[in-house]
Ligand binder design. Structure first.
Ligand code: FAD
Length: 566
């Protein structure tokens, strides 16, 4: 509204201020050559928090933030939160796209503003972000929103990583957003319709119905399993003439799938895929994707082969978004993969910019220091020795704080420690063990254990932590003489962020799921599938989406999945 008013104004050609109040801020419009700038400065006495993103980290922060205490402005190209763990279900119509999306305005409706825009630059020095609106303006000029902030929360996630493999961007599907899932759903049906046309040779049918999934991580595995179920339970009944030509191939460059899971789960998944006829190729690296074929190189033999395909889904991990890459260059972190923050989630070297979720990683310089503290607490008499019981409790403590250590112990990367633990089993409680030995073994994982996994679970916990810090900060300012727990200044007035691993799931199709919960609890099968249903229903961001997701599951049980190509 403001921009149209401004355009009609007689003194349009020069800089002009139009007071268009939005969420307590003033919008100023200025024009330079072909770009129109919309500057939003706060005139509210409240401190302004600008949140970039509407994903797991941002939404968790917004849901828990005391919105009335701050001038909160949210900027994201997506005006909704998407429940990503159910994206593979959307690719096959098990769950509808709208069932997993919650409008962000439903979350910040009480106060706070939302701008549907893409942030392309963070100006740390002047405390401003530069953004481009997603909706194109009626005028031909480019429009730019410049927004000032007191605190900035960068929660823009990451993009799919292609490792610069030729042809991937042009010819493959990704599975990151709801739009991607919908495109895949259409493409699967397209392939079946194309293969059903008359006068096609067997070769052509096979090509159309060859579905390739690249990447054996949880997303690739779950999608392959979901696609298998869709074809077996629904499409093979509707397309009986072509069903025998269908093939699903899962390519993984490493030597195992689901590397972050317990070996028992990996083995079960491999066995299940074998039974289901999913062709799993380990050690197979994709070197190029053309519009007709996918070229792979075997890591062991170096043999290169090329196979025609109907559809390829690329799911090999994540890389930084251009905004984050540019910002990292600006602040001297150019050689990193993600933004480094301290344990209070502040971007290193900055006092007012926070980064969380997939775009950031906590630089846990202190992991070994932490471990040393845990050891010295246990070693009260400073003898350099621990009893078996003390040793076991130290390891439990470390694993709780750094879940990766637990994982490495299970995957035999930390063989030294695993062996020591095994040696201790059933031994006398008074046997003493050498501390230096454990420290040496733990230092093996020092560099690897630093990075938290890029999951919604981490992002959501970080969002909640940061919201609590902001709320606490406000409380302290309002009660300077208040209780001692909220006095003080500086970042150390908050305890550092600690991740609590609650477990993970890997749905493997056929109503079977693998669950790995804390405390070395592994369960695979139909019972875990019910646990999966209950956890994912309870984790929905609102009652609206919860009801829609559950009713989608019931609909699927009764009527099957919908195969219309809408
Ligand atoms: P995102 O959730 O990706 O959100 C990023 C936000 O930033 C989006 O709103 C985006 O629109 C916005 N944005 C992007 N660019 C800009 C910009 N320039 N300016 C402003 N805003 C911008 N994790 C689990 O814990 N469990 C699971 O089962 C699980 N399953 C998954 C399944 C799939 C298919 C996928 C893709 C991921 C899954 N994950 C799972 C991982 C999880 O989704 C991510 O770790 C999580 O989304 C990260 O949260 P985030 O807030 O950092 O980023």
């Amino acid at each position: 509204k403001g921009s149209r008013f401004y355009k009609d104004h007689p003194r349009y050609s020069k800089l002009l201020l139009v007071a268009a109040v939005s969420g307590g801020g003033v919008l100023a419009y200025s024009k330079s050559n072909s770009t129109r700038h919309v500057t939003s400065d706060s005139e509210s006495p409240k401190k302004r928090i600008v949140v970039l993103g509407t994903g797991w980290a941002a939404t968790s922060c917004l849901k828990n933030l005391d919105l009335a205490s701050y001038d909160v402005q949210v900027i994201s190209p997506r005006n909704y939160f998407a429940f990503t763990p159910l994206l593979p279900s959307v690719t096959c119509g098990t769950v509808e796209a709208r069932s997993i999306a919650e409008p962000i305005r439903n979350i910040i409706w009480r106060s706070g503003g939302f701008w549907e825009a893409d942030c392309f630059k963070i100006d740390e020095k002047n405390k401003k972000v530069h953004c481009r609106p997603v909706q194109k303006s009626e005028s031909k000029e480019k429009e730019e929103i410049i927004m000032g902030f007191d605190y900035l929360v960068v929660a823009v996630g990451a993009k799919s990583n292609t490792f610069n493999t030729p042809g991937v961007e042009e010819n493959c599907h990704f599975l990151k957003e709801i739009e991607d899932a919908l495109k895949i759903r259409r493409s699967v049906i397209d392939s079946f319709e194309k293969a059903s046309l008359p006068n096609l040779s067997e070769e052509e049918m096979k090509k159309h119905l060859h579905f390739v999934v690249v990447g054996g991580g949880p997303t690739g595995v779950e999608f392959a399993a979901e696609l298998h179920d869709f074809i077996k339970e629904d499409l093979s009944k509707l397309y009986p003439k072509v069903k025998d030509f269908v093939k699903i191939t899962l390519l993984e460059a490493g030597d195992k799938i689901l590397p972050m899971f317990d070996q028992r789960i990996t083995d079960f998944a491999i066995e299940k895929f074998k039974r289901d006829g999913i062709d799993l190729k380990l050690g197979s690296m994709v070197v190029e994707v053309t519009n007709k074929a996918i070229c792979t190189k075997e890591r062991s033999s170096g043999e290169v082969s090329s196979v025609p395909y109907g559809m390829v889904v690329w799911s090999t991990g994540i890389g930084p978004r251009p905004l984050v890459r540019e910002f990292m260059q600006q602040i001297g972190q150019a050689n990193r993969r993600v933004l480094a923050t301290d344990e209070w989630l502040r971007v290193q070297g900055s006092d007012c910019i926070y980064a969380l979720g997939d775009c950031a990683s906590i630089n846990q310089r202190r992991i070994m220091e932490d471990i040393a503290v845990i050891f010295s607490k246990a070693d009260k008499d400073k003898s350099g020795k621990l009893t078996v019981k003390q040793f076991q409790s130290v390891i439990t403590d470390i694993c709780e704080r750094y879940p990766q250590v637990e994982l490495y112990m299970k995957n035999k990367k930390l063989k030294g420690i695993s062996d020591l633990l095994k040696d201790c089993e059933g031994k006398d409680n008074n046997i003493e063990l050498d501390i230096e030995k454990f420290k040496l073994a733990l230092s093996q994982v020092d560099s690897e254990a630093k990075t938290l996994p890029a999951t919604g679970q981490v992002a959501a916990q970080q969002g909640l932590y940061l919201a609590k810090c902001f709320n606490h900060m406000q409380e302290r300012q309002e009660n300077p003489e208040g209780p001692p727990r909220i006095r003080g200044d500086g970042r150390h007035r908050f305890h550092p962020f600690r991740y609590k691993h609650l477990g993970q799931f890997a749905p493997l199709g056929g109503e079977q799921t693998a669950a790995q919960l804390p405390g070395d609890w592994v369960s695979i099968g139909h019972s875990s599938q019910w646990l999966w249903y209950s956890v994912y229903a309870s984790k929905q961001v609102s009652w609206r989406t919860r009801t829609m997701v559950v009713s989608d599951w019931i609909r699927r049980f009764i009527f099957g999945r919908d195969s219309s190509r809408i």
